[in-house]
Design a protein around this ligand. Structure first.
Ligand SMILES: Cc1cc2nc3c(=O)[nH]c(=O)nc-3n(C[C@H](O)[C@H](O)[C@H](O)COP(=O)(O)OP(=O)(O)OC[C@H]3O[C@@H](n4cnc5c(N)ncnc54)[C@H](O)[C@@H]3O)c2cc1C
Length: 389
């Protein structure tokens, strides 16, 4: 089998790249190790920057997000028992859109299906070869049968635990990492959100986030220790803990109900440099991870795909390698801005177990500065809505 671009991974990066290439007439095959149902069942991100929504539109999948996505002009920061609004629209002229990652994935899968583009699901033993030479190949097994795909380029869109980054020789890669000493316990429930906008909570009991996926489906998180197990958190304990981190008025308005998903996610900052090795290009979580506090993971995957798809289209249309050569530097410049912001938001809002009393006071001073200073709020808002591509 031969294609122009072999894409490893059918998460948001792989599917969006596949869609943009397919619309430009470039032959791309996606190879995914899980089933389509499994990929669709993963509950993850939910806040889209306007740039991401625009990119979905350019990919021909903007119709449902425009109709069903919830436009958010701001969010609240709750600390010291009081809620303070950050008005994104007034501060930046832009907004964000709440639309679940599963919905983005579903739209992209549907578009791929109707275009007749191929995706191989349940591919086992995926491996990438010869990307440092002119004829890269991807090998995998389906139902025990071995397959090999020859291609011009490989896009490594296979997430943090994928095979592409791990196939790069160690001495060609520099990795930067920070693992935080806490995680997020998340609950999804079919209950109306406690507020029509997100509430980021800094409390002495730890961070919390009141978020949503739709007017009838809520997503809540509480900071937890990494040693905790989800089985130790029956719904009743989760709701009691969440209420204890909110101010009385917000807690009083919280509608609780049975969880339909509950999981603990560790928090990590990670960047691998560069994002290109010969004819292998990394995109999304395969190259970088941010803690979810700044809502940047999915949006960064989209901006990588924007740079990579433009570079591949330029190559196939004009023969120019300029975009391909610039890809890693361009993507990394934006990645590091998002890394900085996500790291800063995480330190601003979480209870820092190793920080001690001094850190707690500095954190409080920074929160008060945010309330007092329009310049500080503008800097927060500009990063939250997303820096331009
Ligand atoms: C638990 C969790 C919660 C999150 N919450 C948020 C949030 O609230 N806000 C936010 O902005 N971001 C969040 N993120 C991050 C966000 O979901 C990711 O940044 C986003 O999914 C990145 O998309 P991706 O396509 O690059 O990677 P992924 O979504 O990880 O997709 C990679 C795909 O590659 C496949 N794959 C892996 N290995 C192989 C292989 N060897 N061969 C073939 N296929 C392979 C995987 O099965 C997967 O389908 C969260 C992430 C996690 C894990």
């Amino acid at each position: 089998m031969r294609v122009q671009v072999a894409i490893v991974g059918a998460g948001p990066s792989g599917l969006l790249l596949g869609q943009l290439l397919q619309r430009a007439g470039i032959d791309a095959l996606i190879i995914e190790r899980r089933s389509a149902e499994y990929v669709l069942g993963r509950i993850r991100a939910g806040v889209l920057e306007q740039g991401t929504v625009d990119l979905l539109g350019r990919a021909g999948v903007g119709e449902r997000v425009a109709r069903e996505g919830l436009v958010h002009d701001g969010f609240d920061v709750l600390f010291g028992g009081q809620r303070h609004r950050v008005n994104l629209s007034a501060l930046t002229g832009r907004h964000v859109v709440v639309y679940g990652q599963t919905e983005v994935t579903r739209d992209l899968m549907d578009a791929r299906l109707s275009a007749g583009a191929s995706t191989i699901y349940d591919a086992a033993d995926v491996s990438v070869h010869d990307f440092d030479a002119d004829h890269p190949r991807v090998r995998f097994r389906v139902d025990g049968a071995a397959h090999e795909v020859a291609c011009d380029f490989i896009a490594g869109c296979d997430g943090f635990h994928g095979v592409c980054r791990q196939s790069v020789p160690a001495d060609a890669l520099r990795q930067f990492e920070r693992v935080y000493p806490f995680g997020w316990l998340g609950v999804l429930s079919d209950t109306p959100p406690v507020s029509h906008e997100l509430i980021y909570v800094n409390s002495p009991r730890g961070f919390a986030l009141c978020s949503m996926r739709s007017p009838t489906r809520s997503r809540y998180y509480v900071q937890c220790s990494l040693s905790e197990n989800v089985d130790e958190w029956p719904d009743s304990r989760f709701w009691t803990e969440l209420k204890a981190r909110l101010d009385p008025a917000t807690a009083g308005g919280l509608v609780t109900g049975p969880s339909i998903e509950k999981s603990i996610a560790p928090l990590r900052s990670f960047v691998a440099e560069p994002m290109r090795f010969g004819r292998l290009f990394l995109a999304g979580d395969a190259a970088h991870i941010v803690p979810p506090t700044g809502a940047k993971g999915l949006n960064l995957a989209a901006s990588d795909v924007h740079y990579l798809s433009s570079a591949l289209v330029e190559f196939y249309q004009s023969g120019s390698r300029a975009g391909l050569d610039a890809y890693s530097a361009r993507a990394l410049a934006r990645v590091w801005q998002a890394e900085r912001f996500s790291w800063w938001m995480t330190h601003l809002l979480h209870e820092l177990p190793e920080g001690g009393a001094f850190s707690a006071r500095v954190q409080r001073a920074e929160l008060e500065y945010l309330v007092a200073s329009q310049a500080a709020r503008t800097a927060l808002a500009e990063n939250y809505v997303g820096l331009p591509y």
